[in-house]
Each structure stands twice: as C-alpha cells, then as structure tokens.
Write a protein that binds this ligand. Structure first.
Ligand code: HEC
Ligand code: HEC
Length: 222
C-alpha cells in the first residue's frame, strides 16, 4: 500500500521548491530594480546617483578620475563599499556615499554593476610607458622577486573572480592612485596584505608604467 502515498509524501517538498524558486525570482527582480534606481537616482538619504561620476554605462571617466564599475565582481564591489564605510579605504567622497547606503542597497547596487557589460577605456597614454608597463605586467621583475601581474590579473587585465577585480579600462590616474594607496597604507582591502606587499616593492616610475599599460587596454574586446 505504499504506492498511493507517494504523491502525498512528495508534494510538500515540490511545493516548497516551487515557492522558493518563485520567491527567489521575485527577490532578484526587486533587487535589479533597486540597483538600477540607485545608480540613476541615488537614494533619499543622501547617496548621490552613481552615474553622475561613474558614467551612464558604468564606464568611468578620465578626470578627476572615476573608476569603471561595469562588470566588476559583485563580491568585490560589496567589499569595497564596506571598506569605504569603515575607512579601510580612505576616500571622503565614497565614504560619504557608502555610509548613506544600507546593506540591502549595497547588495543591490553591487549586483547591478556586476551584471552590466564590462565598459571603460582604452585611454590614451604615452607609448613608452605602455611598453615598460607591459614588460613588468607580463614578466614581473624576476631579479627583485616581483611576480608578474598577469599571474592573477591576466594578460589583458580582464581576469576576474569574486575577489579579483579586472584592471583593464580604468583611467590611468585611478590605477596610479590605487597603487600608491596600497603602498602608503591608505587602502587596506587586500586579503593578507597581498597587493600592499607587491606594490611596496615598486618605484613610482614603475607604478606609472603599470597604470598606463592597464589603462591602454579596453575593458571589453567587443
Ligand atoms: C561625486 C562622484 C562619485 C559618485 C556620485 C559616486 N562615486 Fe564611486 N567613486 C568616486 C571616486 C572619486 C572613486 C575613487 C575613490 C578611491 O580612490 O578610492 C570611486 C570609487 C568607487 C568604487 C571602487 C571601484 C574599484 O574599482 O575598486 C566603487 C565600488 C564605487 N565608487 C561605487 C559607487 C556607487 C555604487 C555609487 C552610487 C551609489 C558611487 N560610487 C557614486 C566618485 C563617485
Ligand atoms: C597573487 C595575485 C595578484 C598579483 C600577482 C597582483 N595582483 Fe593586483 N590584485 C589582486 C587582488 C586579489 C586584488 C583585490 C584586492 C583588494 O580587494 O583590494 C588586486 C587589486 C589590484 C588593484 C586595484 C583595482 C581596483 O579596481 O581598484 C590594482 C590597481 C592592482 N591589483 C594592480 C596590480 C599590479 C599592477 C600588479 C603587478 C605589479 C598586481 N596587481 C599583481 C591580486 C593580485
């Protein structure tokens, strides 16, 4: 007599599954709407619309410089917003904005930018700097035990995983500022001080060359 009971035993899990798929789909849509709205309008608690500085396509801008956000990993974005809030990443403009967003809003805006097509660059930078930067990026500086950036960031600077941001298509001055911030301790976001360790070994001239190289690469090959 087990056969007739089977549908009854199965029904609840199936219903729960269907309900949770439906709920998750609803949540994702709500999230996307919220993310897009914050990007375009900000919120009513003082967070400014992101597109004002980061561009309508999330592509960034050369001056002052503003980094690209489109296509950066979701978890990386959430982590950076947390870091602006608690000061591990020192920047007055972004600290003010991040502190006016709650966790749900940060989640939504991060998903929004992570799902956008990568956009940004290439920027015009001096050829000799690009060439010098490419050498270090691809080969490292073996005589000083500095590994190549490409090991993690990829040859085109497009490598990405949840905690690894792509570098291609950022403004050169943004990249330079980050390399300096890691070296000076103004940016302490990198797990186990990884980027700080790498960058503190580099001369200013080498940082500038690396910033130029990655800025000369477009965020997307489309
Ligand atoms: C008034 C201009 C301005 C506005 C508006 C603005 N940003 Fe920014 N954002 C900046 C600047 C400048 C930086 C670079 C700061 C630094 O050097 O750390 C930055 C950096 C960032 C970064 C770090 C990117 C990376 O590659 O690590 C994230 C993430 C970010 N902004 C998200 C946002 C979001 C989300 C919004 C909208 C809610 C927003 N920003 C609105 C100016 C702005
Ligand atoms: C072992 C892996 C690894 C290597 C090698 C490496 N990086 Fe990174 N890099 C990372 C990770 C992980 C992050 C994210 C750290 C964080 O959250 O601050 C990062 C972040 C960055 C950022 C900040 C990006 C942004 O959007 O703000 C820059 C710039 C950067 N790396 C440049 C370089 C350069 C230039 C080199 C070579 C000299 C290099 N990296 C070598 C792993 C690496």
């Amino acid at each position: 007599m087990t056969a007739p009971r089977t549908p009854n035993r199965r029904a609840p899990p199936l219903l729960i599954l269907m309900a949770s798929v439906w709920l998750a789909a609803g949540a994702a849509t709500a999230d996307q709407d919220a993310g897009a709205r914050i990007a375009q309008e900000g919120n009513d608690r003082g967070a400014t619309a992101c597109i004002q500085c980061h561009g309508a396509q999330g592509q960034g801008q050369a001056q002052p410089p503003f980094p690209r956000l489109a296509g950066l990993p979701e978890q990386y974005l959430i982590e950076q917003m947390d870091a602006y809030q608690d000061g591990r990443r020192a920047n007055a403009t972004m600290a003010q904005i991040a502190r006016n967003l709650d966790d749900d809003e940060i989640q939504a805006i991060s998903r929004h930018y992570a799902e956008m097509e990568p956009a940004g660059g290439p920027y015009n930078v001096p050829e000799d700097l690009i060439n010098r930067g490419r050498d270090i990026a691809l080969e490292g500086l073996p005589d000083r035990n500095i590994q190549s950036c490409a090991t993690c960031h990829g040859e085109q600077g497009r490598e990405r995983n949840p905690i690894l941001p792509p570098l291609a298509g950022h403004p050169p001055r943004y990249l330079m500022a980050q390399l300096q911030a890691y070296a000076e301790g103004a940016r302490e976001t990198s797990l186990a001080g990884l980027m700080q360790g790498i960058v503190s070994e580099l001369a200013e001239e080498e940082k500038a060359a690396l910033a130029a190289y990655y800025a000369s690469l477009p965020a997307s090959d489309q």
